[in-house]
Design a protein around this ligand. Structure first.
Ligand SMILES: CC(=O)N[C@H]1[C@@H](OP(=O)(O)OP(=O)(O)OC[C@H]2O[C@@H](n3ccc(=O)[nH]c3=O)[C@H](O)[C@@H]2O)O[C@H](CO)[C@@H](O)[C@@H]1O
Ligand SMILES: C=C(OP(=O)(O)O)C(=O)O
Length: 418
């Protein structure tokens, strides 16, 4: 099993280029199944989940041509399969988008229940409610999801919870429904907008993505197109936090600063300096950092995917603060790992109270999930002595070349492969 060995105490300095967004790419890749033509996606992040999804499509009969590590051409015109019970499909969360895309294309789909980070129950009832409202019959038995529709018919759908996955999934099916679908209480994340923009370029008619009411007028034909994935808000936020935590000075390139406002605002409140440019951000870590209170919320609120790295930053600050996790009910498992380093964190239900103590001591840590893994790495960068991070399979699902990027920034980090 691979592990990272990190020698702490070296401020990050220099430039880092942010990859395409994992959670946008994972919506765009299945969307190519809706095109009667060739789609070319640029700026795909070179991460395990993306490569896994590309392989799944290839096994389904999509012709896949990799131009390079970040650009892939997909031709799904000859695909006939709507059943994908492969093991790989259940290893990732985003395989749930095959339901919307295959219902849109074939009115039929058979896939296993999706996997992904173990951060809560993660039901898909809102996805199913949406598909059923569009006219599909959905069965979930023995861990297999089967959905079928004679025809999909546009309708009004109100999501009971703001769900990124349900919003994108319902859009994927509704673009090929007859008539108009109005999706209310929709998620507004940048990746929802990215998938809507891609679908519109293919010929769909989606209005309102980025607001909480999305109107989708079904179309009969969608064509191939070329599209570039947006930069990863969460990867960018991770390096912003790492720069502030190590008291470094990092220019974070290829970002959309607007998508990072909630993170920039918290870092400034803590005392870091942020300079915004058109498509980059410079983060200058300052001493002392003050603790803050954070509540995770759907976009444009503070993203749940960054609360773990933020917890490490709050360990390095003066005073005490809280993190309230309002999206997932079990996203504090990583706290036990930080406590091994001497962190003072008390979790009570959805709230973690963190006493900043400005030092952590290196030890062996397990990346319990993807963003916990990022938090462990940042903890290693700031800790006294040596930290070893195991279970890198989680980090590899969502961060492109993390150790190389950190090495370029002056971190002392090495991956041991076994
Ligand atoms: C592949 C991908 O894009 N993953 C992201 C996606 O996950 P995912 O799509 O799973 O997250 P959702 O936005 O759907 O979940 C938000 C909340 O709604 C609940 N819920 C969701 C669907 C449903 O049918 N019923 C229900 O109750 C969830 O349990 C959770 O409490 O958005 C999350 C929230 O921004 C991010 O942390 C994940 O990185
Ligand atoms: C929770 C995440 O991923 P997934 O939904 O793919 O498990 C994440 O990206 O932080």
């Amino acid at each position: 099993m691979d592990r990272l060995i990190i020698e702490g105490g070296h401020p990050l300095r220099g430039e880092v280029v942010i990859a395409g967004a994992k959670n946008a790419a994972l919506g765009l890749i299945p969307a190519v199944l809706l095109a009667e033509g060739v789609c070319r996606l640029e700026n795909l992040p070179n991460i395990k989940d993306v490569n896994r999804f590309i392989n799944i499509l290839s096994k389904m009969g999509v012709k896949v041509e990799r131009e390079n590590n970040h650009t892939v051409v997909f031709d799904s015109t000859t695909v006939e399969h709507y059943e994908m019970l492969d093991d790989e499909t259940q290893k990732m969360r985003a395989s749930y988008y095959l339901i919307g895309a295959l219902l849109g294309r074939f009115k039929n789909v058979v896939i296993p229940f999706p996997g992904g980070c173990n951060i809560g129950v993660r039901p898909i009832d809102q996805h199913i409610k949406g598909f059923e409202a569009l006219g599909a019959k959905v069965d979930l038995e023995h861990g297999i999801i089967r959905a079928h529709a004679e025809e999909l018919i546009g309708t009004n759908i109100y999501l009971d919870v703001v769900s990124v996955g349900a919003t994108i999934n319902i859009m994927l099916a509704a673009v090929r429904a007859k008539g108009v679908t109005t999706l209310e209480n929709a998620a507004k994340e940048p990746h929802v907008v990215d998938v809507a923009n891609f679908l519109n370029l293919m010929g769909a008619n989606i209005k309102g993505a980025g607001t909480d009411v999305i109107k989708i007028t079904g179309v009969d034909i969608m064509e191939g197109c070329e599209y570039m994935v947006i930069p990863d808000q969460i990867e960018a936020g991770t390096y912003m936090i790492a720069a502030a935590a190590t008291k470094g000075d990092v220019l974070i390139k290829n970002v959309i600063p607007k998508h990072l406002e909630s993170i920039s605002a918290k870092l400034v409140e803590m005392g870091a300096e942020i300079i915004e440019y058109d498509d980059s951000l410079r983060v200058i870590g300052k001493e002392p950092l003050k603790s803050v209170n954070i509540k995770t919320l759907p976009y444009p609120g503070f993203p749940t995917d960054l609360q773990q790295p933020m917890a490490v930053l709050m360990c390095m600050a003066e005073g005490s603060g809280t993190i309230t996790e309002s999206i997932f009910e079990n996203r504090f498992k990583y706290v036990d790992e930080l406590i091994k380093m001497g962190a003072e964190i008390l979790v009570n239900g959805r709230v973690a109270m963190i006493n900043g103590r400005k030092t952590l001591s290196g030890t062996t840590l397990s990346a319990t999930d993807l963003r916990a893994g990022a938090a462990m790495v940042i903890a290693g960068l700031v800790a006294d002595g040596k930290t070893e991070v195991t279970e890198l399979k989680h980090i590899d699902r969502g961060y492109e070349d993390m150790e190389d990027k950190l090495l370029q920034l002056g971190a002392k980090i090495v991956r041991i492969s076994e």
